[in-house]
Design a protein around this ligand. Structure first.
Ligand SMILES: NC(=O)c1ccc[n+]([C@@H]2O[C@H](COP(=O)([O-])OP(=O)(O)OC[C@H]3O[C@@H](n4cnc5c(N)ncnc54)[C@H](OP(=O)(O)O)[C@@H]3O)[C@@H](O)[C@H]2O)c1
Length: 298
């Protein structure tokens, strides 16, 4: 049996949907079963509840599991959550742990400088030392993070980010879902790290152009200071540590300036990379503000 954790979240639900699309049975771990009706409606998906921080809640979720995909939020608790879960999975005799990590596409990015990327490095080292066969997935920024800019796009026709002319190479979560599915269902991935980005390094003016084409309304990139963006994140209800971590992250991306595209993983698995234009067209109603982004679309 294959277990996917973080199954109510963005990447986790995309991986579970990919299993359902192929008709391959999968177990999906959620900590909030009330939010899991969409997952439960998918064919072949066995939804189980448990908290990755509390091993005593994971016994039935981990029973009979050969492979597991480990995903949880990028917040301050990620290190403890995932190391605790790796211990529980190893004790339960899981044969292969696939860790969902991340890798910024901006050239020269130092993982040790930021809590989330530093935590991923620490968890990876913990996993390597666990003795359980492992694989690491390292996607770049998700295309879906641009949904967070929908309120500005709808209100003022502006994509307001503190990135100047910096390029980013975001990846569609659905591409990651296809890659994760291949890693979890075929042999030969132990001891390997798969980095992946989207197919283009785009300035924010280009991202705004693609959104504009998709929704049929003008959308203009507006370069704002990281202080202004941090204030906007706080006003939008982001917790202060998250708003300040994002502001520092964007400052660093802006300072470094240029992203590298890495399609070696897409090519290795024979997966066609989704362009931002295709992604924006597919989600035009979300960018118009006409429908909310759902992690488990029908
Ligand atoms: N955002 C990006 O651009 C990006 C790029 C590359 C990599 N990543 C990485 O992707 C990962 C997922 O991030 P995300 O923001 O996409 O997260 P997300 O959508 O919020 O998904 C995380 C899921 O993990 C679940 N979870 C967290 N703690 C748990 C626990 N103790 N027990 C059981 N389930 C738990 C959450 O459950 P609830 O639904 O109950 O909260 C949530 O469904 C992070 O490691 C992040 O660093 C992100």
């Amino acid at each position: 049996m294959i277990l996917v954790t973080g199954a109510n979240g963005r990447p986790g639900s995309a991986v579970v949907r990919e299993f359902a699309r192929h008709g391959t049975p999968v177990r999906a771990l959620v900590r909030n079963p009330e939010k899991a009706d969409d997952l439960r409606a998918l064919p072949g998906v066995d939804v189980v509840d448990g908290d990755m921080l509390w091993p005593e809640t994971l016994e039935s979720a981990l029973a009979g599991v050969d492979r597991v995909l480990v995903i949880s939020n990028a917040g301050p608790e990620m290190l403890e959550t995932q190391c605790t879960f790796i211990d529980a999975a190893t004790r339960a005799g899981v044969g292969h742990i696939v860790k969902f990590s991340g890798k910024d596409s901006v050239e020269g990015f130092d993982n040790e400088k930021f809590r989330s990327s530093r935590s991923h490095e620490q968890i990876q080292r913990y996993l390597f030392a666990s003795g359980t066969p492992w694989t690491v997935l390292q996607p770049s920024q998700f295309m879906q993070v641009y949904f967070e800019e929908v309120p500005d796009i709808v209100r003022s026709g502006e994509l307001r980010l503190p990135l100047g002319d910096t390029t980013m190479a975001p990846i569609d979560i659905d591409d990651i879902g296809e890659i994760a599915y291949a890693v979890l269902t075929t042999p030969g991935h132990e001891g390997r790290t798969y980095a992946m980005t989207g197919p283009e390094a785009l300035t924010m003016a280009e991202v705004a152009g693609h959104i504009s084409d998709a929704i049929g309304r003008p959308v203009r990139y507006c370069d704002v200071t990281s202080e202004d963006k941090q204030r906007a994140w706080l006003e939008a209800g982001y917790p202060p540590p998250r708003a300040s971590a994002f502001a520092q992250l964007f400052q660093e991306r802006s300072r470094l300036g240029r992203s590298t595209v890495d399609l070696t993983t897409h090519e290795y698995f024979g997966i066609e990379p989704t362009t931002f234009a295709e992604f924006a067209r597919r989600n035009a109603d979300v960018f118009r503000g006409a429908t909310d982004y759902s992690v488990t679309p029908a």
